[in-house]
Design a protein around this ligand. Structure first.
Ligand SMILES: Nc1nc2c(c(=O)[nH]1)N[C@H]1C(S)=C(S)[C@@H](COP(=O)(O)O)O[C@H]1N2
Ligand SMILES: [Mo]
Length: 317
C-alpha cells in the first residue's frame, strides 16, 4: 500500500545514508550497494489491512478485499552486512528506516518511517532490495531501494529508503506507535502488528457472476487451486470445505519458491449434486496457528485472516 505519493528519484543523485548510534556515518550510492555480495529471495508480502473490507463495522482505511498480497523475487544486500560494516556503539536497540515519501496522517506531517529491534533487523533474510523479479524496482514498489522483511506484514518493508539510523531507544513515530496497532478503541496503546498470521486463498472453479461474484460451475470433477502462507511458521496443512465450514478435508500441499514464499495447494472436488455450495479454505502453520472462521474485529482493520468464503452454484449444464 502507498500512504502518500510515489517520490520521483534521480538514481544518480540518490544516496542511502547510514548513521545514528553507529560507529561512523556512511553514504552509499546504488553502485556501492550493487557491488556488495547480493542475495535473491522469493518473499510473500501481505498488507496488514488485507481483508479489512470484510470486517463489520468497516474500519475507516483502504477497503481491501483479498487482493493486497503478492509474491516476488527480491535481490539486494542482506541488511546485517551493512549493519556490521557501519559498526555500532553499545546501546543501540533499534534500527530506523525512513522513506523519501511524506504526507499528513493523524494530523501530523511526516515521512513514512518504521523501525525494527536490532535482533529482528539482524536476521539473515532481511534485505535491502534494489531489484524485483530481476528488474530494477518499479517506482510503486520502492525505486531505487527498499527494505524487505520476510514474514512480516507489508508496512515493515519501507520503500524509497533514504536513511537507516541506529537508535538507542525505541522509535515512537506515527507509523510505529499510533498506526499498525491492534486496538478496540482510540487512545488504547494496543498491540503492535508484526508477523503475518496464516492465510490461504483459492482460485475458485467456474466463472463469476459480474454483480454478485457468485460462481457458476458445471457438475463433474474439478480442481481448486490455491496458495497459503504464514509469517509465524511454515504452512503444514490446508483444508477445504464445500459446506460453509461444517466439514473439512485436506488439500494436497505443493511447492514454495523459498521458506518465505507462499505454498501452492490443490484440492479435487466433485460436487455430489447440483445446487448452491460455499467453498472455504483454511491454513494451519507449524506453530499450530489456524485461520479462524471469523477473526476478531479491531479499529484499524488489521490482521483479518478469516477463512475465505466463495459461493458456488453447481448446475447440470
Ligand atoms: N516509504 C514507504 N514504504 C512503505 C509504504 C509507504 O507508504 N511508504 N507502505 C507500506 C505498506 S502499508 C505496504 S503493505 C507495503 C506494500 O509494498 P508493495 O507496494 O511492494 O506491495 O509497503 C510498505 N512500505
Ligand atoms: Mo499495507
Amino acid at each position: 500500500m502507498i500512504h502518500y505519493d510515489i517520490p520521483v528519484v534521480d538514481p544518480d543523485a540518490w544516496r542511502l545514508r547510514v548513521g545514528g548510534h553507529a560507529g561512523r556515518e556512511r553514504s552509499l550510492s546504488l553502485a556501492d550497494l550493487r557491488s556488495m555480495p547480493a542475495q535473491t529471495l522469493a518473499v510473500t508480502l501481505e498488507c496488514a489491512g488485507n481483508g479489512r473490507a470484510g470486517l463489520s463495522p468497516r474500519p475507516v482505511s483502504q477497503p481491501w478485499l483479498l487482493e493486497a498480497v503478492g509474491t516476488a523475487e527480491w535481490t539486494g544486500v542482506p541488511l546485517v552486512r551493512l549493519l556490521d560494516e557501519a559498526g555500532m556503539d553499545d546501546g543501540a536497540v533499534e534500527v530506523l528506516f525512513e522513506g523519501l515519501d511524506r504526507g499528513f496522517e493523524g494530523g501530523e506531517h511526516q515521512r513514512y518511517a518504521r523501525s525494527l529491534s536490532l535482533t529482528d533487523a539482524r536476521r539473515e533474510e532481511v534485505l535491502l532490495a534494489y531489484a524485483m523479479n530481476g528488474q530494477p524496482l518499479p517506482p510503486q514498489h520502492g525505486f531505487p531501494l527498499r527494505l524487505v522483511v520476510p514474514g512480516w506484514y507489508g508496512m515493515t518493508s519501507v520503500k524509497w529508503l533514504e536513511r537507516i539510523t541506529l537508535l538507542d531507544e525505541p522509535f515512537g513515530g506515527y507509523q510505529q506507535a499510533q498506526s499498525y496497532r491492534v486496538r478496540q478503541a482510540p487512545g488504547e496503546a494496543g498491540e503492535a502488528v508484526t508477523r503475518m498470521l496464516p492465510r490461504s486463498l483459492m482460485a475458485a472453479p467456474g466463472v463469476p457472476d459480474f454483480a454478485t461474484r457468485e460462481r457458476r460451475l458445471k457438475t463433474g470433477r474439478c480442481t481448486v487451486l490455491g496458495r497459503a502462507w504464514s509469517g509465524l511458521g511454515t504452512v503444514e496443512r490446508v483444508e477445504v470445505s464445500a459446506d460453509a465450514g461444517v466439514s473439512w478435508s485436506d488439500a494436497r500441499l505443493g511447492e514454495q519458491a523459498s521458506a518465505w514464499a507462499w505454498r501452492a495447494w490443490e484440492w479435487d472436488w466433485e460436487p455430489s449434486e447440483p445446487g448452491p455450495y460455499e467453498l472455504c479454505c483454511r491454513a494451519t502453520d507449524s506453530a499450530a496457528n489456524q485461520q479462524p472462521l471469523e477473526a476478531p474485529w479491531n479499529l484499524g482493520g488489521y490482521c483479518n485472516n478469516s477463512v475465505q468464503r466463495v459461493p458456488v452454484v453447481v448446475g447440470e449444464a
